[in-house]
Design a protein around this ligand. Structure first.
Ligand SMILES: CC(C)(COP(=O)(O)OP(=O)(O)OC[C@H]1O[C@@H](n2cnc3c(N)ncnc32)[C@H](O)[C@@H]1OP(=O)(O)O)[C@@H](O)C(=O)NCCC(=O)NCCS
Length: 186
């Protein structure tokens, strides 16, 4: 999938884009706490690590990305897939960017790459979720054209939340972005 875009052109500073391999899982797990700045404390840390079992680095690699510096250091990842059950939907499961490289367009680049891939495979909607209180994530997603789905509660900032979305005591903010068609296929 990334063969038509092998070198990460468009990324800042000579960064390189490729598909993940199983050995990347431990590298991604190793950065989660630092990149999420301990968001959610010990429970948040455990939740995040359990969200990335090895299977994502084995069976979802064609629609996922890692970004590295020329020296091989990991600086970003996106784990996504095409829904098996909803033929119009593509889903972004997890994304992270090294704090040292934030606000330089790396996250937006990865999302645009995923939009392009999803549109080329006939998907018309991209969906994803984040944790209530992750204001940067909400700003990032809405900035990229996602709408927050309706909720049954709201954060202090008024962001709609779906309580118990991922299980008891696991609320989520959920997002949907419409893919507008061929123009996504850049
Ligand atoms: C969310 C995250 C992936 C964004 O990555 P990034 O590479 O810094 O994002 P970009 O530089 O592409 O930002 C694109 C736009 O999103 C918005 N945005 C991104 N981060 C923002 C922030 N902290 N506050 C407000 N707006 C933000 C802005 O509109 C930005 O455009 P601008 O910089 O021109 O104003 C990154 O902050 C991150 O890894 N956070 C920790 C992990 C996480 O929360 N992941 C998402 C939930 S799974």
């Amino acid at each position: 999938m990334i063969d038509d875009f092998p070198d990460g052109a468009g990324l800042p500073g000579g960064l390189l884009l490729r598909s993940p391999i199983p050995e990347d899982q431990r590298r991604v797990l190793a950065v989660l706490d630092v990149w999420w700045a301990g968001f959610g404390g010990a429970a948040g840390s455990r939740e995040r690590s359990l969200l990335l079992p090895r299977l994502f680095f084995q069976h979802f690699t064609d629609s996922s990305f890692v970004v590295e510096r020329p020296d091989g250091a990991l600086v970003a990842f996106l784990i996504g897939f095409l829904s098996q059950s909803q033929p119009e939907v593509a889903y972004i499961h997890f994304v992270g960017v090294d704090p040292a490289l934030r606000r330089r367009g790396v996250g937006a680049f990865l999302y645009q790459r995923f939009f392009t891939l999803a549109a080329a495979r006939g998907r018309t909607r991209v969906r994803c979720v984040t944790s209530p209180g992750n204001a940067a994530s909400v700003a990032f997603h809405t900035g990229l054209g996602f709408q927050v789905d309706p909720g049954d509660a709201a954060t202090a900032d008024g962001v709609p939340v779906q309580q118990d979305y991922d299980g008891p005591g696991l609320p989520r903010v959920t997002f949907t972005r419409i893919l507008t068609g061929p123009q996504e296929e850049r």
